[in-house]
Design a protein around this ligand. Structure first.
Ligand code: NDP
Ligand code: MG
Length: 383
């Protein structure tokens, strides 16, 4: 029986690479459902090719357009809206849900998929940033495995396979450092979105590319690692590694350090999340260590304030990471639309953290309310 996969965010960077993996291993995997937000034409093209049982367009205003584009495909059910996303992930035949949509919007469908006991292949790190504690609790209660797709977390996961109960002493979380790694604060004051969108080693969606330039992405990954692997933030060390060859590593009680290395290619962590514990063939460049000079540096928290703010949020706990995520989504979009500068981003996030009410023991409803309030505050601060 082929494994049935739902891809949330199939038109994005992770989504399209996941479809490449599925196409390459069409003897093992089948697409059950594809979803997007606005890119109707791309979604319809994917649906024609992969013939899923269902497609969902999150933005309901595109429903009629999508429906008419697929009018001659009666076997594909077409749905629209947020509720449809929550519903579709619970469909009986689905074995795995790849959460490859961007932002807070991933939280609700991820929760529904966990409650329906689906295996989660998690790319949408914002879900764990916002509600890591709740997600881990639900996953344990519902026996829903969460397999990391983020390259660093996949590397950590691959490094602990076979280690049984051996405790992790320390996680070494690598970061490329982004396009502004060597910039001074004065230079950071004038950088543009066009420059920020050119990541040195990875080709990703716009939001995460900006998060990589500010290093908020790495802060989010510290939070993600804490929840996925049960390791406190003070035992997660960020190492700037410009070559992006060592995808992350784990240190054990005897000092042994295990890492996963490879050329940057997101298809590997996506495929490993699908196929675990098996490894499947992957067409692509092989690592030639003679070609790479591997370097490691300490991150500069004064220059990359977003990383410092993420650490502050982790230490504070409660709904603080949710506040940071919401404010970050607002300033990230603001920077992409030339409504705030690069250095405005951490300033606005910090002010939002100081303004929104703190809650040490948030429920799901608290997260929803916190997210809305933090967005409102951050928008107001951005002007
Ligand atoms: P993209 O922007 O390339 O794609 C995002 C996808 O989500 C698109 O299909 C988009 O639809 C859909 N989407 C966006 N907003 C919504 C919404 N509100 N509701 C429903 N669907 C929505 O992002 P990436 O593929 O780069 O990233 C996806 C996730 O994976 C992020 O959480 C990111 O942090 C994480 N990730 C990505 C990596 C990468 O290499 N790209 C690496 C590690 C993690 P549409 O196309 O219609 O806009
Ligand atoms: Mg990553």
């Amino acid at each position: 029986m082929k494994k049935q996969i739902a891809i949330l965010g199939s038109t994005g960077s992770i989504g399209t690479q996941a479809l490449e993996v599925i196409e390459e291993h069409s003897d093992l995997y089948e697409v059950y459902c594809l979803t997007a937000n606005n890119r109707v034409k791309e979604l319809a093209e994917q649906a024609r090719k992969f013939k899923p049982a269902a497609v969902v367009i999150a933005n309901e205003s595109h429903y009629e357009e999508l429906k008419s584009m697929l009018a001659d495909c009666p076997d594909i059910n077409v749905y629209a809206g947020k509720q449809a996303l929550d519903d579709i992930v619970t469909a009986g035949p689905i074995d795995m849900v790849l959460t490859a949509m961007v932002g807070f919007a991933g939280l609700s469908p991820t929760i529904q998929a966990i409650k329906a006991h689906k295996k989660i292949c998690l790319a949408n790190k914002e879900t764990l940033v916002v509600a890591g504690e709740l997600i881990c609790k639900l996953a344990a209660e519902n026996h829903a495995p969460i397999l990391p797709v983020d390259s660093e977390h996949s590397a950590i996961f691959q490094s602990i396979v076979g280690e049984g109960d051996n405790k992790i002493e320390k996680i070494l979380l690598t970061a490329s450092g982004g396009p502004f790694r060597t910039f001074s604060t004065e230079q950071l004051a004038t950088v543009t979105k066009d420059h920020a969108l050119h990541h040195p080693t990875w080709d990703m969606g716009a939001k995460i590319t900006i998060d990589s330039a500010t290093m908020m992405n790495k802060g989010f990954e510290v939070i993600e690692a804490k929840w996925l692997f049960g390791v406190e933030a003070d035992r997660i060390q960020v190492l700037v590694h410009p070559q992006s060859i060592v995808h992350s590593a784990v240190q054990f009680a005897d000092g042994a350090v295990k890492a996963q290395l490879g050329v940057p290619d997101m298809r590997l962590p996506i495929q490993y999340a699908f196929s675990f514990p098996e490894r499947l063939h992957l067409n692509g460049e092989r690592l030639d260590l003679f070609k790479h000079n591997l370097e490691f540096f300490e991150p500069d928290l004064n220059k990359f304030r977003c990383l410092a703010l993420a650490y502050e949020a982790i230490n504070k706990g409660g709904n603080m990471p949710c506040i940071v995520n919401a404010a970050n989504e607002i300033v990230n979009r603001g920077f992409l639309e030339d409504r705030c500068s690069f250095l405005d981003m951490p300033r606005i996030i910090e002010r939002t953290m100081q303004t929104v009410a703190f809650d040490a023991n948030p429920s799901y409803d608290t997260y929803i309310a916190t997210d809305a309030e933090a967005r409102r505050v951050a928008k107001e601060l951005m002007g």
